[in-house]
Design a protein around this ligand. Structure first.
Ligand code: SME
Length: 165
């Protein structure tokens, strides 16, 4: 049994340091990408307060050519399955390779509302050999929930996971 009991009152850098340690330990030596994403989604859900969705979209080849994002393991409500590159917050992160920190999802052009409760969002690409292979998506019901410390914490996870997916 894995019993992680993070203290939500911890300062963010310490909370993300502990999350990173838990992810490093649980994915160590495990080559199965789905298993690793499933455990990391559960860990993000447990460690990061005030979320209504936490999970992954993977880059996949689209029937007929091109690439798109396909839903991966997550915690939260059932979500949109396929997202075109360049569409919504996740598609913008995948197309640009850059973290998307969105304080107000209603102000983001093309935002895809999988859960009407979402008010702010953080999406971090995971890149391997210079190519985006997946994105980490966190949604919150609180406006402007995420800041640069959240982005830095999730970017560190993305760097760790690049070799483990
Ligand atoms: N809001 C995202 C879609 C994914 S759900 O939030 C889980 C977007 O605009 O890309």
């Amino acid at each position: 049994m894995y019993d992680f009991r993070p203290d939500p009152a911890l300062p963010k850098p310490e909370l993300y340091r502990q999350l990173h340690g838990a992810v490093a330990a649980l994915t160590d030596g495990e080559p199965d990408a789905v298993a690793n994403m499933a455990n990391v989604a559960a860990l993000m859900w447990a460690f990061v307060p005030d979320l209504n969705w936490a999970g992954f979209y993977r880059v996949a080849n689209r029937e007929g050519g091109g690439r798109e994002l396909v839903l991966g393991p997550f915690a939260g409500r059932p979500a949109c399955i396929r997202i075109p590159f360049g569409t919504g917050v996740c598609g913008a992160a995948a197309a640009s390779g850059a973290t998307q920190l969105v304080p107000d999802v209603h102000a983001f052009p093309g935002h895809i509302a999988c859960d009407a409760a979402s008010r702010s969002e953080l999406v971090v690409p995971i890149a391997r050999d210079g190519k985006v292979v997946a994105v980490i998506d966190l949604d919150s019901p609180t406006p402007a929930r995420f800041d640069s410390e959240d982005a830095a914490g999730i970017e560190a996870l993305a760097a760790l996971l690049a070799g483990r997916l």
